[in-house]
Design a protein around this ligand. Structure first.
Ligand SMILES: Cc1cc2nc3c(=O)[nH]c(=O)nc-3n(C[C@H](O)[C@H](O)[C@H](O)COP(=O)(O)OP(=O)(O)OC[C@H]3O[C@@H](n4cnc5c(N)ncnc54)[C@H](O)[C@@H]3O)c2cc1C
Length: 322
């Protein structure tokens, strides 16, 4: 079976990010998945990678991946593409992942598809990707017609399903070229995320909009998120007003999320907001305006004042948690 390369997203300490399991699941539809591991931690991660069907794990344990952003990973993948002629390369559709995908496409003269929300084996086994366009109004089915298909897959879009694999560790010698060292990481600051899950990886996202009225009013969004173990998101109206940090903005010019559950509270549902959340599996909207466009895409809609609805919802969640 054709080999499919999957670039692992991990914390560096051997902790595999959830999106890697999702990529492995998608890769199994196309062939035999092999993980490409950059930096340390592969031994600790092998069990988890085996659980999701990784046959081999190409381990390039070089400090270059930590010292220089993006370019060394693209270079390593280009070398592996030349050596292994894989059927496809799957990369997480994160900010970094998309840049690696673009660089790899240039290096290998291949086509690249980003923001894929599904991958299937198309005619003749060639990978076909589904991409939402125009804020999710149109779904495009695309295929790469030149070189090795390189596909950046949106986190949370594919459900990770286990399947056993050998996860055989294969060391790969790697030292980044001078060109790949043009930009150096000079400092790292750990983001203070508290105990909440990462916005783009969370199973549940609770987002608030202008309807919350103020930074103080927005606190009830955090409260609901915490009661559900969810990440907090915000519309641009909220982040532009300074009620919540920009890092949590969902939408065209913010983060793209695809959780199991997205709760949109006091958000009208402008196309630019929908672009970042429309592929969520279940959408609940709470809005006092029954004509708000968010209801067009909601699976469940509650028409009401959020400051009346949310306290009741919090009580109910609290009661169910006992
Ligand atoms: C180039 C460009 C890029 C953009 N990128 C983004 C982006 O990435 N993300 C994004 O979100 N926006 C983006 N926008 C802005 C977008 O067009 C909207 O202006 C924005 O999403 C509106 O935010 P909102 O829904 O919170 O506010 P509003 O549109 O003002 O909606 C507020 C909603 O709250 C409801 N409401 C009010 N009070 C209550 C209450 N007490 N209880 C219940 N409901 C209540 C109202 O009925 C209304 O529907 C972008 C715009 C442009 C031009």
């Amino acid at each position: 079976m054709a080999e499919v390369l999957v670039l692992a997203e991990h914390t560096g300490g051997g902790e595999v990010k959830k999106v890697t399991a999702e990529l492995l699941t998608a890769a199994r539809r196309l062939g035999s998945p092999s993980v490409v591991w950059t930096g340390p931690g592969a031994e600790a991660a092998a069990g988890r990678l085996a659980e999701f069907g990784a046959g081999r794990v190409y381990v390039a344990d070089s400090a270059d991946f930590g010292d220089y952003p993006v370019a060394p990973a693209a270079e390593l993948l280009a070398r592996l593409v030349a050596a292994k002629s894989p059927a496809a390369v799957l990369i997480a559709g994160t900010t970094e992942g998309k840049e690696i995908a673009g660089r790899l496409a240039v290096k290998t003269s291949s086509g690249v598809l980003t923001d894929a929300i599904n991958i299937t084996a198309g005619a003749g086994g060639a990978p076909a990707a589904e991409q939402p366009n125009f804020g999710g109004a149109i779904t495009v089915h695309s295929r790469v017609t030149k070189g090795t298909p390189i596909i950046a897959v949106r986190p949370n879009a594919v459900s990770a399903e286990p399947a056993p694999g050998a996860a055989q560790l294969v060391p790969v010698e790697f030292a980044a070229s001078a060109a790949a060292k043009a930009a150096k990481v000079t400092e790292r600051a750990v983001a203070d995320k508290g105990t909440r899950p990462d916005l783009t990886e969370a199973q549940i996202v609770v987002s608030g909009g202008r309807g919350t009225g103020s930074a103080d009013g927005f606190k009830i969004i955090e409260e609901l998120a915490d009661s559900l173990g969810a990440a907090v998101g915000a519309s641009r109206a909220v982040t532009d007003a300074g009620w919540y940090p920009h890092a949590f903005q969902v939408g065209q010019t913010g983060k793209t999320v695809s959780p199991q559950l997205y709760v949109a509270i006091g958000i009208s549902g402008a196309i630019q907001h929908r672009a970042g959340m429309q592929t969520s599996k279940t959408i609940i909207a709470i809005n006092k305006d029954p004509e708000a466009p968010i209801f067009e895409i909601a699976d469940l809609g509650i028409v009401g004042d959020l400051f009346t609805v949310l306290p009741q919802l919090l009580d109910e969640v609290g009661a169910r948690k006992g």
